[in-house]
Write a protein that binds this ligand. Structure first.
Ligand SMILES: [Zn+2]
Length: 354
């Protein structure tokens, strides 16, 4: 049979190049004993990637959110690799977002697994309910200060409260220092704090294989939004100076760009084989977005919320905190470069061209 007649060959020939690249990258990860388990979430981002590492201890990186549907699909995905929840010996948490760690407490209780996470993240995970209260209050102060009307702030508070149950407090039994090594039988994972998308983003690098488990630090199909969040060690009433999430994120991306990596396994979507090019693309996008905001600000002083409305229309209302984070991140770049200045009147901040 010639190649043209071989149905398998034809299937490969007609496969979309991106689908083929994804299949090949996942096969490369599987050769290293790492399997992507895509778990459903109720969030706009869609599925979250947990990664099963077949090593000793049997390791799961991230858990998916705290829901029966996520647990059911996780169990099926584990079964597909011949494992059950009870077999998990080590659970690794990449960062503080509930789509990534929500099921961790249930999985830890059922399996008796150790729970590993960045040491500075452990207090947040242990007191998750209280931390989300503090986070909500911080967000409210920030939104009012940047011109979001009180009725929108109140509506968003209800939305946030409704989402809370997708997370659940979990005790970290194995705190990991930034720069330390997490030793498994067949590999060593370097623990690296890469804040920006959240204050606790942690990536795990298998240096001998040049593979990175990146969670939401770098995602191929969407730019990871640097959400404004309370610093991990902030006082309860903290609000100022506001965190510079985008600047922090870009510093973290620079460090990752400088690494030799053959494969980056992200927290959502497909594996990344060209991380340096992707980082460069993100830097260009952020520069363009900052320039666009500078043009708006140059035509007259504006609050961050007004800028968000001009950039994204009604999304600036329904996703007010997300878009506020986007605007403030880029305005921080303009403030740093001396292109704009910040002025406050009656508790509300406006930005104007310098
Ligand atoms: Zn995240």
């Amino acid at each position: 049979m010639s190649d043209a007649e071989d149905p398998r060959k034809q299937a490969a020939d007609t496969e979309d190049p991106q689908a083929r690249a994804e299949r090949e990258a996942l096969a490369l990860a599987a050769d290293a004993g790492i399997h992507r388990l895509a778990i459903p979430t109720p969030f706009m981002v869609g599925r979250v990637n947990a990664y099963l590492i077949e090593d000793s201890p049997l390791t799961l990186v991230d858990s998916g959110p705290n829901s029966a549907k996520a647990l059911d699909e996780l169990e099926q995905a584990l079964a597909g690799h011949g494992h059950a929840v009870e077999d998990i010996e080590l659970l690794v948490i990449t960062h503080q977002h509930m789509d990534h760690f929500g099921l961790a407490s249930i999985l830890a209780r059922r399996s008796g697994a150790e729970v590993a996470a960045l040491d500075r993240l452990a207090p947040f995970l242990a007191s998750y309910g209280h931390q989300t209260d503090l986070e909500d209050r911080f967000a409210e102060r920030l939104m009012l200060r940047h011109g979001i009307p009180p009725e929108i702030v109140t509506a968003l508070r209800a939305v946030s409260a409704g989402f809370r149950a997708w997370g659940s407090a979990v005790e970290v039994t194995r705190p990991l220092a930034d720069g330390s090594a997490l030793e498994l039988r067949d590999r060593t994972l370097r623990v690296l704090h890469r804040p920006g998308h959240s204050p606790s983003d942690t990536v795990f690098v298998d240096e001998s294989r040049a593979m990175m488990l990146a969670a939401d630090h770098l995602i191929a199909h969407i730019s990871s939004n640097p959400l404004l969040a309370r610093p991990l060690d902030a006082d309860e009433e903290y609000s100022e100076p506001r965190p510079q999430a985008l600047i922090t994120y870009m510093e973290s991306l620079e460090k990752t760009r400088a690494m030799e990596l053959s494969l980056v396994l992200p927290g959502h979507g497909r594996p990344i084989t060209d991380h340096a090019a992707l980082v460069d693309e993100r830097f260009r996008m952020h520069a363009r977005r900052a320039e666009k905001m500078l043009r708006l600000i140059a035509s007259g002083p504006r609050t961050a919320h007004e800028i968000a409305q001009e950039m994204w229309g009604n999304v600036a209302v329904t996703q007010a905190y997300l878009t506020l984070s986007e605007v403030l991140g880029h305005v921080d770049l303009l403030l740093r470069d001396g292109a704009v200045v910040e002025e406050e009147r009656e508790g509300v901040v406006r930005f104007r061209a310098a």
